[in-house]
Write a protein that binds this ligand. Structure first.
Ligand code: AMP
Length: 293
């Protein structure tokens, strides 16, 4: 596994990889470069993306960069975990070929002045509670796509809105990359694995499992015939109030899976998404419900 800290090193490694992949593909191997952008503190969720990339691609690149521009002024940028040595060992053991660990100065040198802003799908849910967040995400992901030049990039359904926003950006800017969205990996009790779960104290952690519990309740209601989104939102909120009293609900939304527009009457697949603020960490989760199943 190679580690690159500069853009030049990445470009050089990718150039060599392309050459090798050309030869390998003549023997029937994949000539695809797969890319998994992360902020590090790697866990089973990240590794599932990396493993998928490993299965589907001939060369796998992971970036580890805690991107300052996607954090709000009162968010956790400074205290975000950065266990780099552990992350590198994890990448190595999952067969990653190249890890890109840029500095903030590499990504945002003096004079940096460009923002990639997607409208529409960024405006609701996370966009409402984290102003500027998706500008930071889109700008850094566009840069990383341009630096790495991969064929396929892997994102987690855990950050559902982010995946929709990235797909929108790729389509709108005709970026030559395919986006694959992989399922959310959960703890045994259902809590979506997240680097931020480590902030939770034991009381918060015990209550955090009810985020998924409330989404499962919503799914059950839909499967039992409930089609009124307001009723579902009410039931989810009631469940959270009862089982996660330490958490404050930012939002519970029933939305169209592509447009992310709120749905009133459920006729087709929907995504139910929520965000809950515990004193130590803000958590998000979502579930896609197939009405016909
Ligand atoms: P992050 O390091 O939090 O920016 O996440 C990097 C990528 O991993 C994003 O595409 C996330 O959606 C994805 N990811 C994070 N947690 C999970 C999870 N529990 N299951 C699946 N993917 C995840």
């Amino acid at each position: 596994m190679k580690k690159a800290t500069t853009i030049e090193q990445v470009r050089e490694a990718i150039g060599k990889a392309r050459e090798k992949l050309r030869q390998a593909s003549q023997q029937g191997g994949s000539n695809l470069i797969g890319f998994v952008p992360t902020m590090g503190a790697l866990h089973a969720g990240h590794f599932s993306l990396i493993d998928t990339a490993r299965r589907e691609c001939g060369f796998v690149v992971v970036s580890i960069f805690v991107n300052p521009t996607q954090f709000g002024p009162n968010e956790d940028y400074e205290r975000y975990p950065r266990p780099l040595e552990q992350d590198l060992a994890g990448c190595e053991s999952h067969g990653v070929d190249l890890v890109f660990v840029p500095t903030v100065e590499q990504m945002y040198p003096a004079g940096f002045s460009t923002t990639v802003r997607v409208s529409g799908v960024t405006e609701m849910m996370e966009g409402q509670f984290r102003p500027g967040h998706f500008d930071g995400v889109c700008t850094v992901v566009a840069k990383l796509f341009s630096i790495v030049g991969a064929d396929v990039a892997y994102f987690g359904a855990k950050d559902y809105q982010q995946a929709v926003v990235i797909k929108r950006m790729v389509a709108d800017l005709n970026l030559p990359i395919r986006i694959v969205v992989c399922p959310t990996i959960r703890e045994k009790d259902g809590l979506a694995i997240s680097s931020r779960n480590t902030y939770l104290d034991k009381h918060e952690r015990a209550q955090a499992a009810s985020l998924y519990g409330s989404l499962q309740l919503a799914e059950e209601l839909i499967h039992n015939g409930q089609r009124n989104a307001k009723e579902i939102i009410r039931a989810v909120r009631r469940h959270l109030a009862e089982h996660a009293p330490l958490g404050k609900i930012d939002y519970v939304a029933v939305v169209d899976p592509e447009s992310l527009q709120p749905i009133d009457e459920i006729k087709d697949d929907v995504v139910i998404a929520l965000a809950v603020r515990f004193p130590s960490a803000r958590l998000i989760d979502n579930i896609r419900v197939d009405v016909k199943s």
